[in-house]
Each structure stands twice: as C-alpha cells, then as structure tokens.
Design a binder for this molecule. Structure first.
Ligand code: SAM
Length: 292
C-alpha cells in the first residue's frame, strides 16, 4: 500500500472528496461509491492481478476501486462517463503512474483501441458496474469476443444469482445461458448496502467470470442459438412448441426441430441446458437448410 495516499474506500475520505469537489452522487449514472475496503480487497483478490496484467475498469467514480487495482502494479485503464470525474481522478489517484483515465461511454468506445494491447495479449475487466446498464455492458463485452481473461464485477445480487443459475431454477434465463456460454461464473461474495455511499436499496454481489477460449457448447449457427434462447425465455410460461414461434419458426418447424433434438414439445425453456439448446439449434438449422 502506498502509505502517503489515503485509502479512498472509507466513508470519511469519500465524503471529504465529494464535498471538496462539490459532487453529488448521480442516481442517473448509477453512482454508488464503495466505502468498504474489505470489499475492494475482495474484488482485487478475485481478479488475481500482477504487474504484468492490463485491467479495464468500467466506471472508476472517484477512484475507490481504481486505487486498489493500481496498488497491485497492474496497468489500469479506467473508462468514466461522468464528465466531472476525470478531473477528480487526476487528484485522487495522483500518486499512481500506472492508471490511465479515458472519458467516455463504455458501450460506445472501441475497447481494443483504448487498451492498445499487442496482438495475442489478454486483459481483465474489473468493475463496480452501474446497475442501470449491467446487462448491456456484460453482453457487449462478451459478444465482441474481446480477448478477456477474467471479468470480476459487482452487480445486484439478483443479477448474480441469474448469471450463475442452473437449468430448472426459476432464476435460469437468457442471461444465465449467455454468461455460461462464454464463461464459467463463480460467486465471490455478497455485499450489503452499507458498503456503499449512498447505500443502494438492494444487496449486491461480486461475481468472477472466467472467460473461456472456446464457448461451453459450439452450435453450428451461434446467431440461431441465441435467437432460440431469447424466444424460449421471452415467453417463459409457454411450452417450447409455442414459445419458439417467437424466433420466427412455424409451429411445424418448431415441432420438427424439437423432435429431431429429442426434446419434448411441452417442456419449457428453463428446463433446457446449454447442450440442449445447442442440439435444438443445430436440428432447426439443418431442417431450415433442407427446406431451402
Ligand atoms: N468504481 C466506483 C466505486 O466502486 O466506488 C464507482 C462505481 S459506480 C457504481 C458506477 C460508475 O460508473 C459511476 O462512476 C458512473 O459515473 C460510471 N458510469 C455509468 N455509466 C457508464 C458508462 N456507460 N460508461 C462508463 N462509465 C459509466
């Protein structure tokens, strides 16, 4: 720990920074600042950082988690949307020469470009995510097939439960399939509202996702796979036979696909594993090609 720099993850220090810069946490931008150094350490530990790592932080806020990341010696690139904060971060993180702040929207920036990594290098993502756009951020990162090694994020507990849910549970849905398609997720810890300033209304959780070199299952047509997954969960109460029409399948095609994949017509999406969805997608794909 750099002894000359106060730890930002502390209610008093955070209040002082907010007041010194005349800042108020913006609800619209999902600003709940961490004030619990145990949680910051837990996130940093889960990322298993070394000075050889490059880490992308999404939404550094006033630099609380950034400081913990920077202390490991890793190169930290932090993207912040709030235009007021880069000037604050220059001050709060001034003792660290391994941090670069990039102003902008994580959903719009070219991540490879801002990281400037040599070909073949991988990076880690660490974030206390703004809750209003958790799913779009996760999906953007995963679907771009960026060379991410590990993703450690704070999300609402309810979202973490959905990310790790197994088939058959009420929390299993399109997000579970997508996350478990690209990664192997693991719950790290629950985080109570009092660990933040201001305190959110919900319990949060830290989740670590190990991104795989190849997806958990390999359907022939990935787009079709996700179209079927979305349709199956889009109308959860319907049987698969009916729900799959939401993916543009005729009822006949839906029936033929299910039969060919060995899946009963009256099952529901939440009962299918990733392997079942892949089998179904390959069956439908091959029937569609036969029809052409
Ligand atoms: N990392 C800090 C911490 O742990 O205390 C702040 C976390 S706060 C929950 C989320 C941060 O994400 C805020 O600083 C917010 O301004 C920023 N943010 C919101 N939307 C963003 C976006 N689209 N791109 C980048 N940052 C964003």
């Amino acid at each position: 720990m750099n002894a000359s720099i106060p730890v930002i993850a502390d209610p008093k220090v955070t209040r002082h920074i907010l007041s010194a810069f005349h800042l108020r946490a913006s609800k619209r931008l999902g600003q709940n600042f961490l004030v619990d150094r145990g949680v910051v350490q837990g996130i940093v530990d889960a990322a298993e950082l070394s000075p050889a790592d490059t880490v992308l932080e999404i939404g550094p806020g006033i630099g609380t988690l950034t400081q913990g990341l920077a202390e490991t010696g890793a190169r930290v690139v932090a993207v912040e949307l709030d235009k007021k904060l880069p000037a604050v971060l220059v001050e709060t993180l001034k003792g660290y020469d391994n941090v670069t702040i990039v102003p902008g929207d994580i959903l719009k920036l070219n991540i490879s470009e801002i990281l400037g990594l040599p070909n073949g290098s991988r990076f880690k993502v660490v974030a206390n995510l703004p809750y209003y756009i958790t799913t779009p951020i996760l999906m953007t990162l995963l679907e771009q097939r960026l060379p991410i090694e590990r993703l450690v994020t704070m999300v609402q507990k309810e979202v973490a439960v959905r990310m790790t849910a197994r088939p058959g549970s009420k929390d299993y849905g399109a997000l579970s399939v997508a996350v478990q398609y690209f990664t192997v997720p693991r719950m790290v810890m629950d985080v109570p509202p009092r660990s933040f300033l201001p305190a959110p209304e919900v319990t949060s959780a830290v989740i670590a996702c190990h991104v795989q070199d190849v997806p958990t299952v390999q359907p022939v047509d990935e787009k079709l796979f996700f179209r079927l997954v979305r349709a199956a969960f889009g109308q959860r109460r319907k049987t698969l036979l009916n729900a799959l029409t939401g993916a543009g399948l005729t009822k006949e095609m839906s029936r033929a696909g299910l039969t060919s994949a060995g899946i009963a017509e009256n099952m529901r999406g939440e009962q299918l594993s990733l392997a079942d969805f892949a089998r179904l997608s390959d069956a439908v794909g091959s029937l569609e090609r036969q029809e052409e």
